[in-house]
Ligand binder design. Structure first.
Ligand code: FAD
Length: 466
């Protein structure tokens, strides 16, 4: 089956692998860079910089306490950026090799639909256009950063996440507009490297998709680190100022306020990238830019599927890949199925944050009869050894069924440990199942078992509940 895939991000390239595994003859068209946003200007470069920043912080704050004599520790931001670039290059190169190994034909160029079953590619090498006819096609064209349309948003010094990943020097100060995952991770990187950070968020809290206990824990830590977080605050305009830029806002109390900073970083979300795809030529509908699909990721054109950021929904790399796999499996006659209830959300701050399933606020809104178990990491030996006892593990469970409905974490390795929570929810496990599963000691993971005990008021490494 001739299968064409538009976009080489985690939605497109993983789908290409799956389609090839199922026997399809696959052509993948990518206009800019293999790996898409995720590998080039998203997940990978942010985590590479976070790794370096965290390493610096741990050396400065932990080395001496652990008997490691380092002498003066200083930052070389240029090398840090080079290391990040080399990680990206290595992983992007790996995808090229993967495509070859599955005999996927990769065409570098911009794709657009010419008709319901023909894609035209304007080739990057200047050799003109090529027409590709297909039996099935998948659009995985991703997303691009949105900008808050306030006066001054296009001034020099106003950057987006891509700009923040390629700065040549560490700014003295940065005002981050948007307290979502990307804004908070950028705040973490630059605060750790010494930038004075102010975050402006119009909603009542940062990281609104996470459980409030988790956001409260990280806000406390960020405040201690001198990051200023202004919630319920609306950006009105940006203008030039002697310090660089001034952001005019209306504060929570309705009063105007000005924040000055060397750089202003816009992290107000991303929008599907569907311009120029010629969707109208293939009978594919969109709604406010996002491609409309059914439960099998099929568009209005029965032979064309769409997955990842371009269909909106949860804009995460692992979701894009899962949707891409489900789409090509359905296209090739297999049953597809995705359980969006177990998608883990992760924030790579220090300590890390994560969540899967229902937050307590969602359980409350849905009127569920639920119980909560919380285990503070101060009671966990491994967290203490690592000097990272701020944070908690929290479990939401059905009161009568005992089933795990949500798991939320703030602590070391929270982004790794959340898979246990997602698996428990997916498998319909109860808190008793978590208790009955012997967890290794000493691990931070024991806190998941302890939070399950705490649902019954019986955490082992805590005094009795009053
Ligand atoms: P993309 O990765 O955007 O790939 C789409 C590809 O399609 C692009 O390469 C583009 O060039 C190509 N394309 C578009 N139009 C055409 C065309 N007409 N012809 C040919 N090619 C075309 N997610 C996580 O899960 N974890 C994280 O830690 C994380 N961190 C992030 C950090 C930042 C700073 C950002 C910006 C995003 C982050 N994300 C993270 C989100 C993640 O990057 C996206 O959800 C993911 O990349 C979406 O994958 P995709 O395949 O749908 O699209």
């Amino acid at each position: 089956m001739k299968t064409a895939i538009i976009g080489g991000g985690p939605g497109g390239y993983i789908a290409a692998v799956r389609a090839a595994q199922l026997g399809a003859e696959v052509t993948l068209i990518e206009k800019q860079y293999m790996g898409g946003t995720c590998l080039n200007v998203g997940c990978v470069p942010t985590k590479a910089l976070i790794h370096a920043a965290d390493l610096y912080h741990r050396i400065v704050s932990e080395a001496a306490k652990n008997g490691i004599v380092t002498g003066e520790v200083s930052l070389d931001f240029e090398t840090m950026q080079k290391k990040k670039d080399s990680v990206v290059k290595h992983l992007v190169g790996g995808i090229g090799g993967l495509m070859k190994s599955y005999k996927v034909t990769v065409i570098n160029g911009e794709a657009s639909f010419k008709s319901p079953n023909v894609i035209e590619v304007k080739k990057n090498d200047g050799t003109g256009t090529e027409e590709i006819s297909f039996d099935k096609a998948l659009i995985a064209s991703g997303s691009v950063p949105s900008a808050a349309p306030v006066p001054g948003y296009d001034l020099p010094g106003v950057i987006d996440s891509t700009g923040a990943l390629s700065l040549e020097k560490i700014p003295e100060s940065m005002c981050i507009i948007g307290g979502g995952v990307i804004g908070i991770e950028m705040a973490h990187i630059y605060q750790t490297l010494g930038t004075k950070i102010t975050i402006v968020e119009k909603l009542p809290d940062i990281l609104m998709n996470l459980d409030r206990d988790v956001t409260a824990a990280i806000r406390k830590i960020m405040k201690k680190n001198k990051t200023v977080i202004m919630t319920g605050t609306k950006v009105e305009s940006i203008e030039k100022a002697p310090e660089g830029l001034a952001v005019n806002v209306t504060g929570e109390d309705g009063n105007p306020l000005q924040i000055t900073a060397e750089k202003v970083l816009m992290c107000v979300g991303r929008r599907p990238s569907t311009d120029g795809l010629g969707l109208e030529n293939a009978g594919i509908s969109t709604e406010r830019g996002r491609i409309l699909v059914d439960e099998n990721f099929r568009t209005d054109n029965e032979n064309v599927y769409a997955a990842g950021d371009c269909i909106g929904g949860i804009m995460l790399a692992h979701v894009a890949s899962a949707e891409g796999i489900a789409a090509v499996e359905h296209a090739m006659g297999r049953e597809c199925g995705i359980d969006f209830n177990t998608v883990p959300s992760c924030v790579y701050t220090s300590p890390e944050l994560s969540g899967a399933g229902l937050t307590e606020q969602e359980a409350e809104r849905q009127g569920l009869d639920y119980e909560v178990g919380r285990f503070p990491l101060i009671g966990n030996g491994k967290a203490y050894i690592e000097g990272e006892t701020a944070g908690l593990v929290k479990i939401i469970a059905g009161r009568r069924s005992g089933r795990v409905l949500g798991v939320h974490m703030c602590g070391p390795s929270a982004t790794e440990l959340i898979t246990e929570g997602a698996l428990a929810i997916k498998a319909g496990l109860t808190t008793q199942d978590l208790i009955n599963t012997i967890h290794a000691h000493p691990t931070v993971g024991e806190s998941v078992q302890e939070a399950a005990h705490a649902v019954f008021g019986n955490a082992m490494n805590m005094p009795p509940a009053k």
